[in-house]
Ligand binder design. Structure first.
Ligand SMILES: *Cc1c(COP(=O)(O)O)cnc(C)c1O
Length: 390
C-alpha cells in the first residue's frame, strides 16, 4: 500500500523545465528507415550528400563536408593548415575546449585573448597585440551564434598573413552582414551535437571556403588516401598519400540530420522568439541594475542558440540557480576560461589580462531555450527570475 502525505502537504507536481531538449522535428524516422532499407550505412552515401548539398545551397557556400563532430571539423582545419609545433593560434579563452584542443594536437600553442563585454566574442581590438612572428591563425568563435567582427578580423589576418577559422559550432544560420557565418573565413566548423539548435546526436561539418583546399580536405577526411580520386575514376588504384584520419559521419546520423536541416529555419525562428520574449521581460531588471543582458547584435542576426544574463557576482548566480532549481527549472552556466584550466595553462598562454572573460565566467547564467518550449513554460521561467529579484 502506498503511503500518502496528508492532503494539505501535497506539493503540486511540477513538470521540470529542461535546460535543453533535442526532439525530432520532421522526417527523421522516414529518412532513417530509408537509410536502413538501403543497407548502406557507410559514410559519404546518399544522405551525407544531401546534407552537404543542403548546407552549400542554403548557406551559399563553396563546399561542405560532414564530419563526426565540430571537434573533428576543427581538427581537419588544423591539419589543413599544416601547423608545426610552436606555431601560435589566437583564440578567445571564453570558449569550449575543442576550439583549443584541435590545434594543441598539432603541437600549436593557443594564445588566449579577452572577449567583448557586449557580445562575448573575441575582442578584435586585442588581437593585434597578441600577434608574434609565430602566429599562424586566428579562431573566431561565434558565441551564442552571434557573429564576430569578421571584417576587422579578416583585415588583421590579411595584413599579418594569417589564416582565419570560424568556430561556428553554435552558429548555423546566423548571419554576418549579408553572409552566413561559417562561410566567411578560410574554414568554418559547425556542430550538430545534441545541445545545438540542429542536431544528430554527434555531428559536425567543415566548410571549405576556398576551392584550392578541397582536394586535400578529401584526402585528410579519407585516412590520408586518394580514394576519392579513385572513386571518381581519376586514378587506377588508391594509396596513402598524406596525413589523415577517418572523418566521415555515418549515414544513419546523416539521415537524421537531413530531417533536422530541413526544419532548421523554423527552429531558429522559434528560438529567436523565445530569446526576444526573455529579453523584453527581463529588461526592467536590467534597468534597475540587477542583471546585464546581451548587447544589441552589432553585425548581423543571431540564431537564438543561447539566452544568457549576467548576475552581479558569483554568489548571486549561485543563489539564482538554486532558486530556479527549486522552481523546477534547469538553468546552466559555462566555460571555465581556458587560460585558467590545467591544460590551458600547460599548452597555451595569455599574453594580456582577460578581465571580461574572468568576470563573465563567474556571472553568466543561461536560461532554458528549446524549440518546443511553450508560452506557459517560458512564463514560469520568467516569473521565477522576476520573483527572485522581487
Ligand atoms: C559545441 C561546441 C564545440 C564542439 O562541438 P562538437 O560537435 O560537440 O564536437 C566546439 N566549439 C564550440 C564553441 C561549441 O559550442
Amino acid at each position: 500500500m502506498e503511503e500518502r502525505l496528508p492532503r494539505h502537504s501535497i506539493v503540486p507536481k511540477v513538470d521540470r523545465i529542461p535546460f535543453t531538449l533535442a526532439t525530432t522535428v520532421g522526417r527523421e524516422r522516414v529518412y532513417i528507415e530509408e537509410a536502413l532499407s538501403a543497407g548502406a550505412l557507410t559514410g559519404d552515401g546518399k544522405f551525407t550528400g544531401l546534407c552537404e548539398r543542403w548546407l552549400e545551397r542554403t548557406l551559399n557556400a563553396h563546399r561542405a563536408i560532414l564530419t563526426p563532430s565540430c571537434t573533428a571539423a576543427l581538427e581537419m582545419a588544423s591539419l589543413l593548415l599544416d601547423l608545426k609545433p610552436g606555431d601560435e593560434v589566437i583564440m578567445p579563452s571564453f570558449t569550449y575546449v575543442s576550439t583549443a584542443n584541435a590545434f594543441v594536437l598539432r603541437g600549436a600553442v593557443p594564445v588566449f585573448v579577452d572577449v567583448c563585454a557586449n557580445t562575448l566574442n573575441i575582442d578584435e581590438t586585442k588581437i593585434g597585440a597578441a600577434i608574434t612572428p609565430r602566429t599562424r591563425a586566428i579562431v573566431a568563435v561565434h558565441y551564442a551564434g552571434e557573429p564576430c567582427a569578421m571584417d576587422a578580423i579578416v583585415d588583421l589576418a590579411e595584413d599579418a598573413k594569417l589564416a582565419v577559422i570560424e568556430d561556428a559550432a553554435q552558429g548555423l544560420l546566423s548571419s554576418y552582414r549579408d553572409r552566413f557565418v561559417g562561410t566567411i573565413a578560410r574554414f568554418g566548423c559547425f556542430s550538430f551535437h545534441g545541445t545545438k539548435n540542429t542536431t544528430c546526436g554527434h555531428g559536425g561539418a567543415l566548410m571549405v571556403n576556398r576551392p584550392e583546399d578541397c582536394a586535400r580536405a578529401d584526402v585528410i577526411r579519407d585516412r590520408g588516401t586518394d580514394r576519392k580520386k579513385f572513386l571518381d575514376g581519376d586514378v587506377q588504384k588508391y594509396s596513402w598519400v598524406d596525413v589523415g584520419s577517418s572523418y566521415y559521419m555515418s549515414e544513419l546520423s546523416a539521415a537524421y540530420l537531413l530531417a533536422q536541416l530541413e526544419q532548421s529555419r523554423a527552429v531558429v525562428l522559434k528560438r529567436q522568439n523565445i530569446c526576444r520574449a526573455y529579453r523584453s521581460a527581463l529588461e526592467p531588471l536590467a534597468a534597475r541594475g540587477h542583471v546585464r543582458l546581451p548587447g544589441a547584435e552589432p553585425f548581423g542576426s543571431g540564431n537564438g542558440h543561447i539566452f544568457y544574463l549576467l548576475t552581479q557576482d558569483a554568489d548571486v548566480r549561485h543563489k539564482l540557480l538554486a532558486h530556479l532549481g527549486q522552481h523546477g527549472i534547469d538553468a546552466a552556466f559555462h566555460y571555465t576560461p581556458l587560460h585558467m584550466t590545467p591544460a590551458g595553462q600547460r599548452f597555451g598562454r595569455a599574453p594580456g589580462s582577460l578581465p571580461v572573460t574572468e568576470d563573465v565566467s563567474q556571472t553568466i547564467l543561461r536560461l532554458p531555450v528549446f524549440a518546443t518550449m511553450d508560452r506557459s513554460q517560458q512564463e514560469r521561467v520568467i516569473d521565477a527570475v522576476l520573483g527572485f529579484y522581487a
